[in-house]
Design a protein around this ligand. Structure first.
Ligand code: FEO
Length: 397
């Protein structure tokens, strides 16, 4: 089927939606699915830019054949080798055995390892150009967005940046492919969750890419996941710029573990106190119930955090440990933190939170509070005091 979705006269969107896969990379929940975006330049030389995940190979080949007819596919540009984008490569080479695969030196290390060597390859370097006939693609090396071989391709006549994972998002494209056909705000949460969990560890590389691209006359951003931005590329550029700097907004994310509701009660009370103190955004997450990727995404946005845990076998509650380790893995920048929890026959929860907060290098704004068995009026007053101190710092930093 040729859906005839065009970015310009002879550049087609040939991507697919995936609503079946539960976990991206077998790790990250796809609550709202994901799209694997690929693009076809139909010209004197026909060029496919990236492919799709292996389960969608047939969809891609059908659409390529519908657009190309009997014409060959000459080139496949591999901006990123992760199999959600290179998964159809082997099948494409069966259909078009003369297909020439285009990538950098590192690209071919990865592709050869995954699929075996292709017969025809073109090794390019940063700033090299591929002529397609009426158009030209210039290549930009952008390592670690998200793997070492990652590059971007810029189509110079129409100003289209094929950006790989950068500027991508979870969430399928439900009829609307372009930003003027959707409300980009509907994608913002899933875009930040995608950025913070998948690419966020490499914020410095994202900033380096921004420096590289700042003089390009970009009119369209076409990434490998999520909407194509042709009306307002600045919308996605500004968000990625802010997230790559971990430029947070005033707000507090409260994260807790709770077996029977006693720690939760302290957290709910603290959330109310924060709101009364004027904190504009207050979000509460049960670490046992909400996947860590959603919690990490929320913390990426705001400058304040409350961590709360009961003692569990003399230690930190396991689901809290799991979430905080995600922060550690990404070396997240400083947040303002208040710590609280509950002890029973022993402590361990608050102690564990303090140790991990110190390992993160985050600032604890006031003495931690640990109630015994359940929070009484005096404990809740301590929570109110913590909320007051935290809110002052959050609002004034
Ligand atoms: Fe969408 Fe790094 O793959």
């Amino acid at each position: 089927m040729n859906r005839n979705i065009r970015l310009s006269d002879n550049i087609y969107y040939v991507g697919v939606n995936d609503r079946r896969t539960h976990l991206f990379e077998n790790l990250w929940p796809l609550d709202q699915g994901i799209s694997y975006n690929a693009y076809l330049i139909k010209d004197k030389k026909n060029v496919l830019i990236d492919t799709v995940e292996i389960s969608k190979t047939e969809n891609l080949i059908r659409e390529l054949k519908a657009i190309l007819g009997d014409a060959p596919l000459h080139y496949l540009v591999v901006n990123h080798t992760e199999p959600d984008h290179s998964g159809a490569l082997y099948a494409l080479l069966k259909v078009w055995p003369e297909l020439c695969v285009v990538g950098n030196k590192v690209t071919f290390r990865f592709l050869d390892g995954f699929y075996g060597a292709a017969a025809n390859t073109l090794v390019i370097e940063h700033d090299d150009v591929l002529e397609t006939g009426s158009l030209q693609l210039r290549f930009y090396s952008t390592p670690m967005i998200h793997w070492p071989e990652t590059m971007m391709s810029f189509e110079e006549k129409n100003g289209i940046l094929f950006s790989g994972d950068a500027f991508g998002s979870f969430k399928t494209l439900d009829g609307g492919i372009f930003d003027d056909e959707i409300d980009p705000a509907d994608y913002e949460d899933e875009m930040r969750r995608y950025y913070s969990n998948i690419v966020g560890k490499y914020g410095k590389n994202v900033q380096r890419a921004f420096t590289l691209l700042e003089d390009l006359p970009i009119k369209i951003i076409a990434s490998t996941h999520g909407p194509v931005f042709r009306k307002d590329p600045g919308w996605v550029l500004s968000r990625y710029a802010r997230w790559s700097r971990e430029d947070t907004r005033p707000g507090v994310v409260l994260i807790y573990g709770s077996m029977y509701g006693h720690t939760e009660e302290m957290v709910d009370y603290t959330a109310r106190c924060l709101k009364e103190a004027g904190v504009p955004r207050v979000l509460v997450y049960d670490a046992s119930k909400t996947h860590a990727s959603h919690i990490l995404s929320a913390v990426w946005e705001y400058n304040g955090v409350v961590l709360a845990s009961p003692a569990y076998n003399n230690e930190l509650f396991p689901s809290m440990k799991n979430v905080i380790e995600k922060f550690l893995e990404r070396k997240m920048a400083k947040r303002l933190v208040a710590v609280m929890g509950i002890s029973t026959w022993s402590g361990g929860g608050v102690k564990g939170l303090l140790q991990l907060t110190e390992a993160l290098g985050w600032e604890i704004v006031a003495d931690a509070h640990e109630a015994k068995y359940a929070a009484g009026p005096a404990d809740l007053e301590k929570c109110r005091a913590l909320a007051k101190t935290l809110s002052q710092r959050v609002l004034n930093s």
